[in-house]
Design a protein around this ligand. Structure first.
Ligand SMILES: [Ca+2]
Ligand SMILES: [Ca+2]
Ligand SMILES: [Ca+2]
Length: 182
């Protein structure tokens, strides 16, 4: 199924969030920067081996996205990204979709703090990804659907699913990466 205009808007929003240096392309450098910010925010100095481990973990996201670079210029344009998301999400069978979001969500949760995540870890994630930090708490509150002050991986997977698929302009998970309209 072709992604709807609202789904496309959310994918464009997500693309802009991943483009950490805001040059209009997702590149390896964006993920290097996210890894450095994440390791620093967790209090690791560059000489600590954990710093490099975190960086390598974040780079796995880049490696997973790299096949989207169909014109092989070493960076992913918005069009290339939308094409990848169309295939991975909207053309996928429900089983393929679940495997795709389950794997990537578990991986990111493990990287930023495990299961469940605390609000402190969520704020660090917002900082590392250059998401609007003033909205981290509100995003956490909306995605923490059972309101226990912790984000389980299950809640996070449900939020990613809602972000990718929902047509509801008021869906809580529209706030996953901060408000859509900023
Ligand atoms: Ca970039
Ligand atoms: Ca490209
Ligand atoms: Ca919860």
């Amino acid at each position: 199924m072709m992604m709807t205009p609202f789904q496309r808007k959310k994918q464009e929003h997500y693309f802009k969030r991943l483009d950490a240096d805001h040059n209009g392309f997702i590149e390896r450098a964006d993920f290097e920067e996210i890894g450095q910010r994440l390791a620093t925010a967790f209090g690791f100095a560059p000489e600590n081996p954990v710093y490099a481990q975190i960086g390598a973990g974040v780079l796995r996201f880049w490696e997973a996205l790299a096949p989207a670079d169909t014109n092989k210029d070493g960076r992913i344009s918005l069009d290339e990204f939308l094409q990848l998301q169309q295939q991975a999400i909207y053309d996928a069978t429900p089983e393929q979709f679940d495997a795709h979001i389950g794997q990537s969500t578990r991986f990111i949760a493990a990287l930023i703090g495990g299961d469940p995540l605390t609000i402190r870890e969520w704020r660090i994630m917002f900082h590392a990804y250059r998401l609007p930090e003033e909205h981290a708490d509100e995003s956490f509150r909306r995605v923490d659907t059972n309101g226990d002050g912790r984000l389980s991986t299950e809640e996070l997977i449900a939020a990613v699913r809602e972000f990718e698929l929902s047509e509801d302009p008021n869906a809580p998970a529209n706030w996953l990466w901060g408000p859509l309209d900023d």
